[in-house]
Design a protein around this ligand. Structure first.
Ligand code: HEC
Length: 128
C-alpha cells in the first residue's frame, strides 16, 4: 500500500516538472548573504540583457511579458524567482511568449542589481 502511494507520488512529481529526459537544472548560485543590489547598475544590466524581451522599463514586448505587472510583485515572484529564471531559464507557464533561455554570463550579484531595479520601477507603478 505505502509502496503504491509512493509510486503515484513520484509520478505526480515527474508530471509537474515536465517528465523525464529533461536536463538537470544548473546549480543555483546566489549572492553572499546581505549583498545589496544597486538599481543604477541594475538598470544598465537590465537594458543589456532583459529589455529585448521584457521591454523598456519592464513594459513587455511581443517576445516577453511586462515585469512591471502585479503577477511579478515580490510576494508572487520573490528574488529567488529572478535568480532561477536567469540561472535555469523559464518554461512558458503564465503566458504564450514561449520559453525564456538561461542567461549564463550574469553573476548572482548582477541579478541582484537587476532585481533592485525591477522592484524600483514596479514601485513607481504602484506595485508593492
Ligand atoms: C529572449 C527573451 C527573454 C529575455 C532576454 C529575458 N526573458 Fe525573462 N522571460 C521571458 C519569457 C517569455 C517569460 C515568461 C514565461 C512564462 O511564464 O510564460 C519570462 C519570464 C521571466 C520571469 C518570471 C519567472 C517565473 O518564475 O515566472 C522573470 C523573473 C524573468 N523573466 C526575468 C528576466 C530577467 C531578469 C532577464 C534579464 C536578465 C530576462 N528575464 C530576460 C523571456 C525573456
Amino acid at each position: 500500500m505505502t509502496k503504491k502511494l509512493s509510486i503515484v507520488f513520484l509520478f505526480l512529481l515527474s508530471a509537474c516538472d515536465g517528465g523525464s529526459g529533461e536536463k538537470a537544472p544548473n546549480p543555483l548560485h546566489l549572492p553572499p548573504q546581505g549583498f545589496m543590489g544597486d538599481s543604477i547598475k541594475g538598470a544598465a544590466l537590465y537594458d543589456q540583457n532583459c529589455l529585448a524581451c521584457h521591454g523598456k522599463r519592464g513594459v513587455g514586448t511581443n517576445q516577453g511579458p511586462a515585469l512591471v505587472h502585479d503577477i511579478y510583485n515580490s510576494r508572487h515572484h520573490a528574488e529567488l524567482a529572478f535568480h532561477l529564471a536567469v540561472n535555469n531559464g523559464v518554461r512558458a507557464h503564465h503566458w504564450n511568449f514561449g520559453d525564456m533561455e538561461p542567461i549564463p554570463h550574469l553573476s548572482p550579484e548582477d541579478v541582484e542589481h537587476i532585481v533592485r531595479y525591477v522592484r524600483e520601477i514596479q514601485r513607481e507603478s504602484g506595485i508593492q
